[in-house]
Design a protein around this ligand. Structure first.
Ligand code: ZN
Ligand code: ZN
Length: 361
């Protein structure tokens, strides 16, 4: 990850910032490799004004030494903000970017009091997040590993069946299996939603037995080596209502069409529109109320957005989900989600489980 500070330096120059304070821990991790719970970094533009400060407290003295490369100047401080301010240029005009998306109003006020007079605090939220959208080979490998682990965990759970167990039991079984296989945990609370409950896109697992002859939506992911995976499959627990079969076929068709549109170039909203137009044409426009997908990395939900608001053009190295759904209130819900790497000339689907309708009793 030695190239990451250089990328930040280039982005600083574009925004005419002298320094960036990185305070959001996920961003600190991306930038430095540090995985502890208390840290900040200050990065400068390149050239003769290179700054690579890393600040943490005494608990992380040895961990930070192991995890950071020598380019970082490590400072062990009692108070991160005081430490940051003390090391800033005490004279001259300095534009210091801070993360206005994650820094609390209280912390900002304190920082403003602590910094030298010449320092101007400039909102720079999203600067690191924009860089995080494009993954390097090591990150892609970690996401791939998380996805394969998650798939293997669900396969184990499905062998024990769905019908007759409660949604909550299946969720617990899945999360246990994820950990047993080496994940640090699920990347988000698993969704197990059967029958009409599947019409809630973010359904919480209930203490309700999964019946025969319904669809069950399972949305789950693993967190492994810091990186997340995200996938959804919808299973049938026996012969289903033909109406449910039609909805399934429609979502599968929309998902395949959207996948085929993933490559460098199109904006997120253009890929979203591919799936949406198919679902709209089938009369289900109002039943697909969420975006088509999102980026996945250190966070399970990050940029870019594949939705009506998605103005970011896809680029090689982005990792995104493609997850259309149709939710008919009181009746049925289907979502099919793959994790996808944008490659130089197209896309590679990482999710390995079949998407043709699977029957799991
Ligand atoms: Zn998902
Ligand atoms: Zn998702």
């Amino acid at each position: 990850m030695t190239h990451r500070p250089e990328k930040v330096s280039s982005a600083l120059a574009e925004r005419e910032l002298d320094l960036l304070l990185v305070s959001h821990l996920v961003n600190v991790r991306w930038l430095t490799g540090f995985t502890g719970s208390s840290a900040a970094a200050v990065v400068g533009v390149g050239g003769d004004r290179v700054t690579r400060r890393f600040l943490t407290d005494f608990r992380y003295l040895s961990q930070s030494q192991e995890q950071l490369d020598a380019a970082w100047e490590r400072e062990i401080v009692q108070d991160l903000l005081e430490g940051v301010a003390a090391g800033l240029p005490q004279e001259g005009a300095v534009r210091l970017g801070f993360d206005d998306e994650t820094m609390s109003v209280r912390t900002h006020a304190r920082l403003a009091e602590l910094v030298p007079d010449g320092v101007e605090l400039v909102a720079a939220g999203g600067l690191i997040e924009d860089l995080r959208m494009v993954k390097d080979a090591e990150e892609v490998q970690r996401i791939r590993a998380a996805a394969l682990l998650a798939d293997a965990a669900l396969e184990q759970v499905l062998q024990r069946g769905l019908a007759g167990r409660t949604e909550h039991e299946v969720a617990f079984d899945l999360e246990t299996e994820l950990r047993r296989m080496g994940a640090s945990g699920p990347s988000f609370p698993s969704i197990i939603a059967s029958g009409a409950h599947g019409a809630l896109p973010h359904a919480e697992p209930r203490d309700v037995e999964i019946p025969d002859g319904v669809l069950v939506t399972i949305d789950w992911g693993a967190q492994l080596d810091g990186y997340a995976s995200d996938c959804t499959r919808t299973y049938a627990t026996g012969d289903i209502d033909p109406r449910d079969g039609q909805v399934y076929a429609l979502v599968l068709q929309a998902q395949a069409a959207a996948l085929a549109a993933v490559r460098p170039g199109p904006k997120g909203r253009e890929v979203d529109a591919v799936a949406r137009s198919i679902i709209d044409a089938a009369g289900h426009a109002e039943h697909f109320g969420h975006g088509l997908g999102h980026g996945v990395g250190l966070d399970v939900h990050e940029g870019p957005r594949l939705s009506k608001q998605g103005e970011t053009a896809l680029a090689a190295g982005m990792v995104v989900t493609v997850e259309p759904g149709v939710y008919v209130p009181g009746a049925v819900g289907v979502r099919i989600e793959d994790l996808v790497i944008v490659t130089d000339d197209g896309a590679e689907v990482v999710s390995s489980l079949p998407k043709e309708m699977q029957f799991v009793a």
